[in-house]
Design a protein around this ligand. Structure first.
Ligand code: C5P
Length: 222
């Protein structure tokens, strides 16, 4: 029996979405990148004008926002906030800068985790994030934690930004990545860390396809 739920955690730009979406496609599963729900909520916060420091209003907003996730023909999930498909807006630098500040608020996380668990109930899901194996789905049958050095991840992110036509320098990307890592690792609630029973895969010197193959083999031989 293949696992119904596969958790993939790891730091910024380690390749969770690339690995997760290829793996899900191969298994015929849904791929859910949980960073996108924190980004979607950040989009709503920006639109509403609420301060990132006003925890009470952030929590109220999180509990009254309606999220929907719709599978497209290509197996991608569209992210809808209050009925509006905002998937194309989620990678903007403005959102990227604010999302860790909003993602550290306990009440916001509670609301987002509940959405993630609702989606997991559909079964056959590969879910990627920071706390999937530890907090969101500790019952996932297969838990993977991806690693790579900060420099390698900065290089990957830089190339991705270039492909997207966003201009930046490698130094700026590295500095931003270190800042986001620090916030994700040191926050008191749901910090980025591997679950005790996670399988750690160092992706530094292996190709994307090799990482996918490794996890696929683990999944089918569980
Ligand atoms: O993975 P991505 O870079 O899109 O995630 C954006 C931000 O959302 C992360 O920097 C982190 O602060 C937050 N996040 C989180 N928990 C998750 C996924 C993302 O706190 N499970």
């Amino acid at each position: 029996m293949k696992p119904q739920l596969i958790a993939i955690d790891g730091p910024v730009a380690v390749g969770k979405s690339s690995v997760g979406s290829l793996l899900a496609k191969r298994l015929g599963y849904i791929f859910f990148d949980t960073g996108m729900i924190y980004r979607a909520f950040t989009w709503k916060v920006l639109k509403s004008g609420i301060s990132t420091e006003d925890e009470q209003r952030l929590c109220q907003l999180a509990n009254t926002t309606k999220f929907d996730f719709i599978s497209s023909k290509e197996g991608r999930l569209a992210f809808l906030v209050d009925g509006e498909d905002i998937s194309a807006k989620l990678l903007s630098p403005e959102i990227e800068e604010l999302v860790p500040l909003i993602a550290k608020v306990a009440g916001v996380r509670q609301a987002m985790v509940s959405e993630q668990r609702k989606l997991a109930q559909r079964g056959k899901v590969v879910m990627a994030g920071r706390d999937i194996g530890t907090v969101v789905l500790p019952w996932a049958e297969l838990k993977i934690f991806l690693t790579a050095s900060t420099e390698e991840r900065a290089r990957r992110r830089y190339e991705e930004l270039l492909k997207r036509g966003q201009n930046s320098s490698l130094e700026a990307v590295l500095a931003d990545l270190k800042k986001r890592d620090k916030m994700d690792i040191h926050r008191p609630i749901s910090p980025l860390k591997p679950a005790e029973d996670a399988i750690i895969i160092d992706t530094e010197n292996i190709s994307l396809q090799q990482v996918v193959d490794k996890i696929y083999d683990l999944a089918v031989n569980l």
